[in-house]
Design a protein around this ligand. Structure first.
Ligand code: BGC
Length: 811
């Protein structure tokens, strides 16, 4: 039996003996018997602070009917009325429930029982819930689409594509009868080698936050409930259940919690608390994180579920945990909830009001998504695709391959392009070198849960994967073009025979070398990598292969399919390497998307969602691997606010490629900067605004961090972007705030971006909105958001180090 909700669902999936892997269960260290309630919270659901809905810029929203995506943030959505209705229905439904029935709503039926990753049993007229991975596909289900990974859609910096991916995924989950998609994943990429970084959206909270916001809106628009995970500080895989991430309050607010705040603002239904401890308390038992930040500060009205087997005590219910999954303990059928929760309520350790709140939240989320209105029943078995009774083989793919292909291309980052190497222009002959250019030997589902590398790398490994219906390899994508162009194509997929690779490259107009780097969830070890990557070096002899080819061909183009940053120093400056295409983790249309970029059918507009360093030691945080596994290991987030580019800027370290960087087949120039304050339309919040302008922190209140006055548009930055080249292209203007030194923060922080498509030699106006929240820092003493003392300036430009225009926020 496989741990953590992962199941042997793919009957065709057999582990490849050349890439050994092993499953390793997490050890949870019990925090001992606690017999007193942990908190005095009254557990009434918190209202989000709402003024009059329908006010301009603050529309009442229903998750099934969100406003259209905007390339900039214009509105703050008000989900309060929809939650209120859902709460009323949920309270009615449970009004005649017994204690046991309420408890059953909060307790998964147990690992391996039911059709989905986790399941809540039906009760009276409530049909129960199917909870299913993953962030890029309906895991364990046939006739589904494997979308590009989170990191790929983040690399597009394009809100419309983020939303479109979320919507298509949401429709597939609904079509399969999944109630709750265990997605998106929004950890921060604090450590470059972190195993699950590819599931998430990069290494900057603002980019992660916007990606999360659009993905949640999209998923829920599709009808499925979205679950934001993993809350919080699960930044490495090794020892994930026996490490305490020690994080200061300001860093927590400004970096790690921000994407969850944005998810709540998108009308999020549920949150999954993580395995690890935070400041010495398990995440799923953490009153500060669950009750105070998530439910009080963010006004979160949905529910909190545990990661799979991450509950450590019944009293976590008091700390804010609403549901435990899969329900049983790792090694027995007992549960921390179930009968234990019933006893605790009967004995008065946990109040009835709290139990009511737990069940109400879970059922309210179901009503909130209108899942009581003809929602499809679960029609697949994620444990066994050959279960002919339960698997109805419903085909939910529609034409989603188009979105996959577009995001695959739009998230591809062009890092180097010299001598006009790209786009390819009918080359007379070409060679494709490296196993990543071709298909896997035994098809796209060769490895269980993606746990191996053979052929095009289109996903990482672990619970964040899907079942491929097909995968297009670069060979297929490129040959389709070669047929039209009359080019001859040869290939060599042997990564280890560098002599042969070099020989094959001789006399070719273009030599394309494909390299990879993979990682995944810590439940599997692949090629000696225990989820986290052991290093930042290309896999499968990649660097030597590149060098062997470059030694023989002066038009060598490197294509990289990597889960995250790699050190490219061994070859990046080689004069024969004319172009580098950072193709990322693209899903089932990987080869078509790569061909689209290589041939210029898609003019590259992807930008790096993380920094590529020259040396692994340049990164501010490293994996901590010296745990014993039997006692809690400490990971001190000593770098604080200075993750990724914030550290490189602060410590004056030159990266190889900076955060936000990416080339196009055209060039852009910037001009005419303007910045103006926007008059607030909410006169009843005037006092708060005046106090903020005077440097006071936002007051402590329920929903204080999502207050309208804090998030409504406050400043508008405008400028012009000109396409100075002869082909159409998309520029991604980025806005970075520079706080005054009194803020003791990073030199530059991303607070705005947009995407603008511009024809040859044309100019377009661009606008980026800033809120008061965007300009604030977290005051840990006052426990509020505060404008720092002194002048706030900003830059607009093409990356975190390529500023073109400078301005000052009006006082
Ligand atoms: C993972 C989660 C996943 C869950 C259910 C856990 O091991 O950390 O991301 O949703 O399993 O499969």
């Amino acid at each position: 039996m496989f741990p953590f909700g992962l199941v042997a669902g793919l009957s065709s999936a057999t582990p490849n003996s050349t890439t050994p892997f092993s499953f390793s269960p997490p050890t949870i260290i019990s925090s001992g018997v606690i017999t007193v309630p942990l908190s005095s919270y009254s557990f009434t659901p918190y209202p989000t602070p709402t003024l009059t809905p329908s006010q301009l810029g603050f529309p009442a929203a229903d998750p099934l009917n969100p406003p259209n995506v905007s390339s900039d943030r214009q509105v703050v959505l008000d989900f309060a009325p929809a939650w209120t209705t859902a709460y009323q229905k949920a309270r009615n439904l449970i009004s005649n429930y017994t204690i046991e029935e309420k408890v059953n709503i909060t307790t998964g039926v147990g690992f391996g029982v039911g059709l989905c990753s986790a399941n809540i049993a039906p009760n009276k007229n409530f049909p129960g819930l199917c909870l299913q991975d993953s962030p890029l596909a309906v895991r364990g289900a046939d006739f589904t689409t494997v979308f590009p990974a989170g990191i790929q859609v983040a690399s597009t910096w394009n809100r419309a594509l983020m939303r479109a991916r979320g919507l298509a995924l949401g429709q597939e989950f609904k079509g399969k009868g999944v109630n709750i998609a265990l997605a998106p994943m929004m950890n921060m990429g604090r450590v470059a080698q972190g195993g699950r970084n590819w599931e998430g959206f990069g290494a900057d909270p603002f980019l992660v936050g916007e990606s999360a916001y659009e993905t949640v809106l999209g998923l829920q628009h599709g009808g499925v409930q979205s679950c934001a995970k993993h809350f919080i500080n699960n930044e490495q895989e090794q020892f994930r259940a026996v490490e305490s991430s020690n994080v200061d309050d300001r860093t927590q607010h400004e970096i790690y919690a921000h994407p969850f705040l944005r998810s709540v603002m998108a009308g999020l239904s549920s949150v999954m608390c993580s395995f690890n401890l935070i400041n010495d308390t398990y995440a799923c038992n953490n009153d500060k994180m669950l009750n105070d930040i998530l439910k009080r500060e963010y006004g979160f009205q949905g529910f909190v579920m545990s990661d799979s087997f991450a509950t450590t005590t019944t009293l976590s219910a008091v700390a804010g945990l609403d549901m435990t999954i899969p329900g049983n303990l790792y090694d027995s059928n007992a549960s921390y909830f179930g009968g234990n929760l019933t006893d605790y309520v009967n004995e008065g350790y946990i109040s009835m009001a709290r139990l009511d709140d737990m069940a109400t939240r879970i059922i309210a989320a179901w009503y909130f998504l209108h899942q009581d209105e003809e929602y499809p029943a679960t029609n697949f078995n994620s444990y066994d695709q050959n279960d002919e009774v339960n698997n109805k083989h419903v085909n939910v793919q529609a034409d989603h391959y188009r979105i996959v292909r577009e995001i695959g291309a739009a998230g591809t980052v062009l890092l180097k392009n010299t001598n006009g190497a790209l786009p390819l222009n009918k080359p007379k002959n070409m060679v494709l070198i490296g196993s990543d250019a071709g298909p896997g030997k035994s098809g796209p589902n060769e490895f269980l849960f993606g746990g191996g590398v053979d052929g095009i790398l289109a996903e990482g490994w672990g619970s964040g994967t899907g079942t491929f219906s097909y995968v297009i390899s670069p060979l297929e994508g490129i040959q389709e073009r070669a047929r039209q162009d009359g080019s001859s194509v040869s290939w060599d997929f042997d990564d280890w025979n560098t002599d042969l690779a070099g020989t094959m490259a001789i006399g070719q107009a273009v030599a394309l070398v494909f390299t990879v780097s993979d990682s995944g969830e810590g439940i599997m070890t692949v090629d000696g990598n225990p989820g986290d990557r052991n290093n930042l070096t290309a896999w499968n002899n990649g660097d030597d292969l590149v060098l062997a080819v470059a030694a023989q061909n002066n038009n060598t183009i490197v294509v990289v399919n990597s889960v995250g940053p790699l050190i490219v120093e061994p070859w990046i400056e080689h004069p024969n390497i004319t172009a580098v295409v950072w193709a990322g983790i693209q899903g089932q249309e990987a080869g078509s998307a790569i061909a689209d970029v290589l041939y210029g059918a898609y003019n590259p507009s992807g930008r790096l969602p993380y920094t590529i360093a020259k040396d692994p030691a340049d990164y501010p945080a490293q994996l901590v691997t010296n745990g014993s596994g039997s006692e809690v290991m400490t990971i001190n987030y000593t770098e604080g606010l200075f993750i990724d580019y914030r550290h490189f800027d602060q410590a004056n370290i030159t990266p190889r490629f900076e955060f936000g960087f990416g080339l196009s087949y055209t060039t852009f120039s910037y001009s005419n900067l303007g910045v103006a304050a926007i008059q607030s339309s909410n006169t009843d919040q005037e006092d708060l605004i005046i106090a903020w302008e005077g440097g006071e922190a936002s007051p402590i209140a329920e929903g204080s961090s999502v207050a309208l006055w804090l998030h409504e548009p406050a400043f508008q930055v405008t400028f012009m972007v000109t396409n100075t080249g002869s082909v159409s292209g998309t520029e991604i203007p980025q806005l970075y705030i520079h706080h005054p030194s009194s803020a003791c923060g990073p030199p530059s922080v991303l607070k705005g971006f947009t995407n603008v498509e511009i024809g040859p030699y044309d100019t377009k106006p661009v606008s980026i909105i800033l809120s008061r929240y965007d300009l604030s820092i977290w005051d840990a003493v006052a426990q509020g958001w505060r404008k720092p003392d002194g002048q706030i300036s900003f830059s607009v430009g093409a990356s975190s180090r390529d500023f073109r225009l400078w301005g000052v926020i009006p006082a």
